[in-house]
Unconditional design. Structure first.
Length: 117
């Protein structure tokens, strides 16, 4: 699978995806740091990438209908320190073999994942 890692996440998240056999790029790598949400999601659509972000604006299914995208993964974490985020992402990656991401919104919390299509 192909992913775009938003600027609000550590760049090591992309490395975790890559080590797990996925293709991952960061918003920083593409010169999109500071770009508005609609620009970032447009690039994700063109590249057929799922977006991984902490930005809860992407949970709004009226603005970002899941079926229009190759996946939206929004991390809603109480603790956003780097080690905690990386630990959660390691667990998250293991779920991809059980559930498709494309056309879905994944809302990932510390103890659960909600999936909307």
């Amino acid at each position: 699978m192909k992913f775009k890692i938003d600027e609000n996440l550590p760049i090591e998240v992309a490395e975790l995806f890559e080590k797990s056999g996925h293709e991952a790029t960061t918003v920083f790598q593409e010169g999109l740091a500071g770009a508005p949400d609609h620009r970032i999601i447009s690039v994700c659509q063109k590249e057929k990438r799922a977006l991984v972000t902490l930005d809860t604006d992407f949970c709004d299914i009226r603005t970002y209908p899941p079926e229009d995208f190759d996946g939206l993964i929004v991390l809603r974490l109480e603790n956003q320190d780097k080690s905690h985020v990386l630990s959660l992402v390691r667990r998250l990656i293991g779920l991809f073999s059980n559930e498709p991401v494309s056309g879905q919104l994944w809302i990932v919390e510390e103890k659960r994942v909600r999936i909307r299509d």
